[in-house]
Structure formats: C-alpha cells, structure tokens
Write a protein that binds this ligand. Sequence first.
Ligand SMILES: [Zn+2]
Length: 81
Amino acid sequence: MTRLRMKCSHCGCWNRFEVDKVFVQQSSPEPKVKVLIPMYKPLKTERCEKCGKVIAEPKELIRITGAREYPSKLIRACVVL
Ligand SMILES: [Zn+2]
C-alpha cells in the first residue's frame, strides 16, 4: 500500500489517499527490452477534502514524474513515504 499526496487542480489543496502501485509496460524501440513504468491506481474515487471535486479515480492511473513533457495534473502528485 502506498500513500500518495496530490494537489487538487481546482483549489490547490493537498490531499492524501491510498493507492496501489502497478507497473505498466511501455513499448520500447528495442523489442527485447521491456520498459515498465510505475503507476498508481486510486482504490476508490477520491474527492478533495476542501472543495469536494473529484481529484482521482480508479479508472485513471496516476503517473509520478518530474519530467516536463507531462504538464498534466499527473505531475502534481508525489508519493508519501
Ligand atoms: Zn480542492
């Protein structure tokens, strides 16, 4: 079980919730090489504790990255150790 910290994109409030860590295979230029990317799956639909808007859903995997090529809301999450 992993706990994730994620910023609400509506009000900016930080929320914490539990997620499952899953690995998603990504295609690679080299056929023999498997690239597995860690993603995080919310256990249930999570709502911001401040404004009540949905911030994460089980059908929507969360990818943690600091890379700038992902300017979506995915970047605004981090793992709580
Ligand atoms: Zn909010």
